[in-house]
Structures are given as C-alpha cells and as structure tokens.
Ligand binder design. Structure first.
Ligand SMILES: [Ca+2]
Length: 337
C-alpha cells in the first residue's frame, strides 16, 4: 500500500477510523466533482439493469471450475458455486484471525477489476463521478502531486486499466448502476482462495512478475526518480510501472478464474471493518458488522513491495471517502447456481 510504507499501518487505519464516515477527506472536492451517490437505485433503474446473459463458457483447463457469463455493462463475470472454506488466518493483524469456517451461497463476481472504459459508461449515464485525484485525511500537497498522476481516468491508453482513485460510494454507485453490488469480504476471499482455502490465488508459488502486478524495478525506479524512496517486490520486470490492463497475468488467476485478485489495484468490498468480527461472524453468508467507520479493501496493488500485504487474508480499511491510486473495485451479484 502506498502510504503504509510511509506511515505504520495502524496509524493509517487509526486516521481513517474517525466517527465521521468521510473524515479521511479533509478537503471536499468541488460540488461538480462529487459523484452522484444514490443510496439505492430507483425501481425504474433496477428494471433497466441487464441480467447476465446465460451464454456461459465452461473452462476445461486443469483444476478450473469457472463458468463465465457475459454482462453488457461491466463485462465478464465468473460463477462461483456455493461452498465452504476456511476464512481468515492465524495472523493477528487487523483482525484476520481466527480462522473460521464460512459457507456461501452461489454468486457471480466480475472476472476483472472494473476498467476505465466500463466505468466511463456509468459516468456517461450520469450515475458515476470522475475520479482523477487522490485524497485522504490530512493529505499533504506533495502526496497529492505524487500519486494523482497515477489515476487512470481519461489517461490515453489506460482505457483497459482498472478504474482507480474512486472512493467507496463511487464504487458502490457503479456496481448499482450495473445492477450489481460490491462483494462481501467473504465472497471476495472465497473467489480468491477457492474451496481449498489456499493462501495465494494461483497456488503456492512465491509472488513473482509472472503472477501479479506489484511493485517491480520499473515501479520503484519511477517513484525514486520522482523523489520518493521506495522498494520493490521483485527485481524482474512485470512490464508495468503503475497499473496494468486487467487480465494481464492469467497465470495468477484464482481457482474460479478471477483475474488480478492479488495485485494491480486493491479492491473495495462491502464490509465495515471490525478487528473482532471474525470471532462472532455468522457461519453462513457473513456480511460484516452492521455499522462502522471504515470499509475494508482487499488484495494488494501495483505499488506494494512487501509480501505481507499481498495476501488473500489481509484486510485493511479506509474511511469511505478515501480515493487512492492503488484502490479500485470489482462487482458481484447474487444468483450463480
Ligand atoms: Ca486486484
């Protein structure tokens, strides 16, 4: 995470855990830039949201069970069959412990992170706002200048890159526009780990440039040239100094065929953060605490160089108003068989 290397994770979390949900946005953007944030779609809008087209393709590759379904608004989804897995880990950090058995009903999840070109459709429909700058609580001017150029919105050539620099309401609004919703933490983690509760989506191989987009030599070099001391996860190039077009690392796909579950951008999920939730969560279809002040995001991003953040069980949180160059989203919906 880009700011975690500068600040201890507990401090970032504490900054974002103020009682006001948007307390991490010290400076409010101009009104014209505030995205339209419907609490829920109107009945008419819901009717216009397309259902997934049931022209599924079953993948026959070794060990894969993914069934892909086309969706005209936010692209391909994979069907996740109902099942159980061991959620969480023994690591006592940000409440990812204890390991607990969770059962999930069938659902669909986007195969890819939501891209700029798909998000633009929502903007053009007047249901989403542009995201072209970073912002969080007490952001310094040099931080904004360093990270905002990594925002992909309206950058030529980044149409197939993930939409980033979006806060939680913007991500939620886009999924609602598409007739979808953000995945729960449990859905996201199951989509990444599969029924065998593997620690990494692709299996046991150490994270490397063939498997995900994290901070490589070009990423580090660019940040250092721009005056920010930085690290790298691996020396070999993964081909991208910042974000990559979604699906660029097929060897890193999850057991269900979801791409970029680790790396590229972190992804907002719908749960409020609570470090004690795993000790009391329901064992079927958990949806997180009923209220809170920070939303969880998952999966690591292009600027991360410490493997402890690039894990399927790591669960940091931001205040909902944070817009970060390494945070995007994908959507989910009920109903896979
Ligand atoms: Ca990702």
């Amino acid at each position: 995470m880009t700011d975690v290397e500068r600040y201890p994770r507990w401090l970032v979390l504490a900054l974002c855990l103020s009682p006001a949900p948007v307390a991490c946005t010290k400076e409010r953007p101009p009104d014209d830039d505030i995205p339209i944030r419907p609490a829920s779609l109107t009945a008419a809008a819901r009717r216009t949201a397309p259902a997934p087209v049931a022209s599924a393709t079953t993948r026959a590759a070794a060990g894969e069970t993914a069934q892909e379904i086309a969706d005209e608004r936010t692209g391909t989804m994979v069907a996740i069959p109902g099942g159980s897995f061991d959620m969480g880990s023994a690591v006592k950090r940000l409440g990812e412990d204890p390991v607990h058995r969770v059962a999930l009903s069938p659902f669909f999840i986007d195969k890819f992170e939501v891209t700029v070109e798909l998000y633009k459709k929502c903007v053009d429909d007047g249901r989403c706002g542009a995201g072209d700058y970073v912002i969080w609580k007490d952001i310094a001017e040099d931080e904004a200048k360093l990270w905002s150029p990594y925002c992909n919105w309206q950058k030529p050539g980044r149409e197939r890159h993930p939409m980033n620099c979006v806060d939680y309401p913007m991500a939620e609004a886009c999924c609602q526009w598409a007739g979808k919703r953000l995945p729960t933490e449990a859905e996201w983690e199951y989509s990444a780990r599969g029924g065998d509760s593997r620690k990494l989506p692709w299996g046991s191989e150490k994270p490397g440039p063939r498997l995900l987009n994290a901070c490589d030599s070009s990423c580090q070099g660019e940040l250092v040239r721009r005056g920010r001391p930085w690290g790298m996860l691996y020396q070999d190039s993964d081909g991208f100094a910042g974000t990559a077009p979604v699906g660029s690392f097929p060897d890193g796909r999850s057991p269900f065929g979801a791409m970029d579950m680790l790396g590229n951008v972190w992804e907002w999920v719908s749960d409020w953060q609570s470090p004690t939730y795993y000790g009391r969560s329901p064992d079927r279809d958990p949806k997180g605490p009923a209220a809170g002040s920070a939303r969880v995001y998952r999966g690591g991003g292009w600027s991360d160089y410490d493997a402890k953040y690039l894990r399927t069980t790591y669960r940091p949180a931001f205040a909902p108003g944070v817009r970060h160059a390494a945070v995007g989203f994908r959507c989910a919906r009920d109903g896979a068989r």
